[in-house]
Write a protein that binds this ligand. Structure first.
Ligand SMILES: C[S@@+](CC[C@H](N)C(=O)[O-])C[C@H]1O[C@@H](n2cnc3c(N)ncnc32)[C@H](O)[C@@H]1O
Length: 256
């Protein structure tokens, strides 16, 4: 994965699409809206309202074909011919964060989490716990779209999101940078260290896996080991956002 992709412009923006979400971000003075892109086929009162709201905020409205808007919104989404790029001030490429003199730690890394509501809830919880970084790969994880923003209760705009191509790439980069990277799994059995006993070195990251398959084999092979949240009750696993909450606040407790 070259640096070009690692520094995609998408690393700065959350794209919001659809008339109502775009009007909502334009109405929110705390958000820095970079631009609005409106389909050249968009006419009538709804398009006029968006143009008016953008003008009031001094936000540029670019015109594009309806097809282009659809592609930019991630194809198959209910874009209604309009999207807005909102600057997420704390979103950074992972590589840039690791180049800092004090790289952020502890981190969460998302691997294969495809339900936007889970991604949004994880961003909200980890931000609430004060974690300095949540690695959200561009591939294999739900796109940072309005469903994620909604599930995060708007926290996604200011969550410390670190972007990279894939979870595998993130684990490789983190390991090269001296992080101990643990894979979180409920069924790892005897080979897993209970979360409440695990060492938390100064550079540490915990990988959360997908809703169905958990942490991928490729990622777990790169990790330093498995960690599990003890579950004395008889259930197979926690919802991934619940697991993220337990880990995040255990890290807060350890940091005291
Ligand atoms: C719904 S679980 C995935 C269950 C999946 N069948 C599996 O084999 O891992 C989603 C993610 O939440 C995290 N998780 C859930 N329960 C956990 C537990 N008790 N300990 C550690 N991680 C857990 C793991 O990262 C897991 O990959």
């Amino acid at each position: 994965m070259g640096d070009k992709q690692a520094r995609s412009p998408k690393d700065r923006f959350l794209t919001v699409y659809g008339r109502k979400p775009v009007l909502e971000v334009l109405a929110d003075e705390t958000l820095d809206v970079d631009k609005v892109i409106l389909a050249d086929t968009a006419r009538g009162p709804a398009a006029a309202e968006i143009r008016r709201a953008a003008k009031n905020r001094g936000v540029a409205v670019q015109s594009a074909s309806a097809h282009r808007v659809k592609v930019l919104a991630g194809n198959g989404k209910q874009d209604q011919g309009v999207l807005a790029d909102v600057v997420a001030p704390r979103m950074l490429p992972l590589t840039a964060a690791l180049d800092r003199s004090a790289p952020p730690s502890p981190l969460l890394v998302l691997d294969g989490i495809t339900t936007p509501a889970n991604v949004g809830m994880i961003l909200r919880t980890a931000t609430a716990a004060g974690l300095p970084g949540i690695v959200v790969p561009r591939r294999g994880v739900a796109a940072l779209d309005p469903l994620v923003v909604k599930a995060s209760a708007g926290v996604a705009f200011r969550a410390p999101v670190l972007r990279c191509g894939s979870a595998e790439e993130a684990v490789e980069r983190l390991t090269e940078s001296g992080y101990t990277v643990y894979a979180l799994g409920s069924r790892a059995g005897a080979e897993a260290t209970p979360l409440f006993d695990v060492d938390v070195p100064s550079r540490v990251a915990f990988v959360l896996g997908g809703e169905t398959d958990g942490v991928s084999e490729a990622v777990s092979n790169l990790a330093a080991g498995w960690v599990s949240i003890p579950m004395p009750g008889d259930v197979e696993s926690l919802n991934v956002s619940a697991a993220a909450a337990v880990v995040s606040f255990e890290l807060v407790r350890r940091g005291r």
